[in-house]
Ligand binder design. Structure first.
Ligand code: HEM
Length: 515
């Protein structure tokens, strides 16, 4: 009898729990009434939980409504260009979005960025960039994710490999570019054909990857190169979960994702073992100061944890290669639709080569005042590699654009609003016009151009990244005329970007015709 009473007492809570679970499950579909109710309740809660008002206390900060379960994470990375215009029109120059359940303040004007970044060395970063637990597991201990004293400590260890002056990287970069194009020409320029189609996104991927590998490990035996190549697929698959938004933003989804957890473990183990093998190989060659050896020495001396250097390497070898690739694809498209700029650039390259000395060539590739450098800056301006920047927060309250932003509130920058729509760029802001950077001091666009970030947390490999870009461009432009095969149906078509990549990457291929 007692049993029956106990059982009937359990029925009601079980029914309530099952109904709540069913309701939440239904709410996952954005077109249901359940979704509207859950979104409404969470939106009310978030606005109450994170009040942000104008400094005079008269108006709340304009805020994009919360939509369960996504926040705006996937919209902001995958469809950022479109939402950037919509949000700016609707909410003005400063507004708030929700990423998962985190508020993020969006900045769009140089003056507000200046106010926010004036003490950028004190800024802190979200350990998983508010992009979910998979990112945290893959690179959460990497130099780009850490903050405060941990960041300073790891930065000191990691920076020497990647933050040398440009000329240090020129030989490695040029050797890989030449090797790559020799192979392409051999397979594609057969018979009388003196041209080949370059599918930039697929065909160039290997260049920055192997340059980074050469820098860190030197030349590896082919079995190790094969293992590294094999790991790319697994790493890319795992990375694809980091900017999907939705449930992956909630740590609880970890419990329901045994498949992803297993793959993460597998990647960790292989990455760990690969680096041990690479280290042993480099030592067996009698070398003593390759970056991988310096990192192991730092680990043995207790200056970095193993996860910190493995995540920093993973960040550099896999994640940062994506952004380099994205930049490769856009600059080639932009040059392809501007043959007159190609001609001018070819003359500049020929002149630098005609000087005939290694010093002159290195000087040319390292200079920031050449047409080559201006083309790269202009391409980065028109096609920023990410639509929104990684979130950072201030340790103190700050008034920005008339709103009192409490300490620890994340802020991000809308890079399209800044690089392309800021009135300071003039009427031709949507045109590819490298000459706008000629003879203009960098201070003029200090907070108006986002390319390598702002303040203390800028890209530590700027010279290396620019050398990779310049190495590719000089190789191609000196040898080939670049065009869009068959022209473009509409002028605007050149802007088509690859879908589902977290960074901006051009879709179109280019035709390379030998000169
Ligand atoms: C064209 C290529 C590249 C572009 C446009 C680029 C851009 C950026 C940007 C915008 C940031 C700042 C991110 C933030 O706000 O948190 C950054 C950080 C960083 N980049 Fe790059 N990057 C490029 C290539 C590379 C490469 C090849 C490496 C290889 C080592 C690299 C290493 C890093 C590191 C380690 C950080 C974190 C710095 C820190 O937080 O102290 N980047 N990069």
């Amino acid at each position: 009898m007692d049993h029956m009473i106990a059982n009937s007492e359990l029925v009601l809570p079980s029914v309530v729990l099952a109904s709540i679970a069913l309701f939440i499950f239904r709410a996952l579909d954005p077109n249901t009434v359940a979704n509207s109710i859950v979104s409404y309740v969470i939106n009310k809660y978030l606005n109450w939980r994170y009040p942000i008002w104008s400094a005079d206390g008269t108006r709340p900060i304009p805020t994009v409504s919360y939509k369960f379960p996504n926040g705006k994470e996937s919209a902001k990375f995958l469809h950022g260009e479109t939402v950037s215009c919509e949000w700016a029109k609707k909410y003005g120059p400063i507004y708030r979005i929700w990423t998962g359940l985190q508020p993020e303040i969006v900045l769009t004007r140089p003056e507000d960025i200046k106010t926010t970044y004036r003490d950028s060395d004190t800024h802190l970063k979200a350990g998983d960039l508010n992009a979910g637990w998979v990112l945290g597991e893959l690179i959460g201990d990497g130099v780009g994710m850490l903050s405060g004293p941990d960041w300073k400590r790891v930065h000191t260890v990691v920076a020497p490999a990647f933050a040398q002056k440009a000329s240090v990287y020129v030989p490695t970069v040029m050797a890989r570019v030449e090797r790559h194009f020799t192979a392409i020409e051999k397979t594609r320029m057969q018979g009388p054909r003196k041209e080949f189609l370059l599918k930039t996104a697929e065909d160039l991927n290997a260049i920055p990857f192997w340059i980074m590998s050469d820098i860190v490990y030197g030349q590896l035996p082919s079995a190790m190169e094969a293992e590294l190549t094999d790991m790319i697929k697994l790493r890319n698959e795992l990375w694809s979960y980091t900017f999907k938004g939705g449930w992956s933003l909630f740590s609880i989804s970890k419990l329901c994702s045994p498949g992803i957890r297993n793959k993460l473990k597998m990647f960790d183990r292989r990455w760990d073992e690969f680096n041990d093998l690479a280290y042993d190989h480099v030592c067996s060659q009698g070398k003593t100061s390759m970056p991988i050896q310096d990192l192991y020495k730092a680990e043995h001396a207790g200056r970095v944890k193993r996860s910190e250097f493995l995540h920093s390497l993973s960040e550099s070898l896999f994640t940062n290669i994506d952004v380099t690739m994205g930049t490769y694809t856009w600059i080639l498209i932009l040059l392809a639709i501007h043959p007159e700029i190609q001609t001018e650039l070819r003359e500049e390259i020929n002149q630098a080569q005609a000087e005939g000395t290694t010093e002159a060539w290195h000087r040319y590739l390292s200079s920031n005042t050449t047409l080559l450098a201006c083309c790269i800056m202009e391409s980065g301006r028109l096609r920023p590699i990410a639509n929104y920047t990684y979130p950072q927060y201030l340790p103190k309250d700050r008034v920005v654009a008339g709103y009192s932003i409490p300490k620890s509130t994340y802020f991000i920058i809308d890079t399209n609003a800044l690089n392309r729509r800021d009135p300071g760029w003039g009427d031709n802001a949507e045109q590819f016009q490298p000459s706008r950077f000629m003879n203009r001091p960098g201070s003029e666009h200090r907070y108006r151009l986002w390319r390598f970030g702002f303040g203390a947390r800028q890209c530590l490999a700027q010279a290396l990244a620019d050398t990779m870009l310049k190495g590719l461009i000089v190789h191609i432009i000196a040898r080939y005329k670049v065009s869009i095969p068959g022209g473009l149906a509409k002028e605007e078509d050149w802007k088509t970007r690859k879908e589902d990549t977290w960074f901006s990457m051009a879709e179109n291929a280019v035709l390379c015709e030998e000169i």
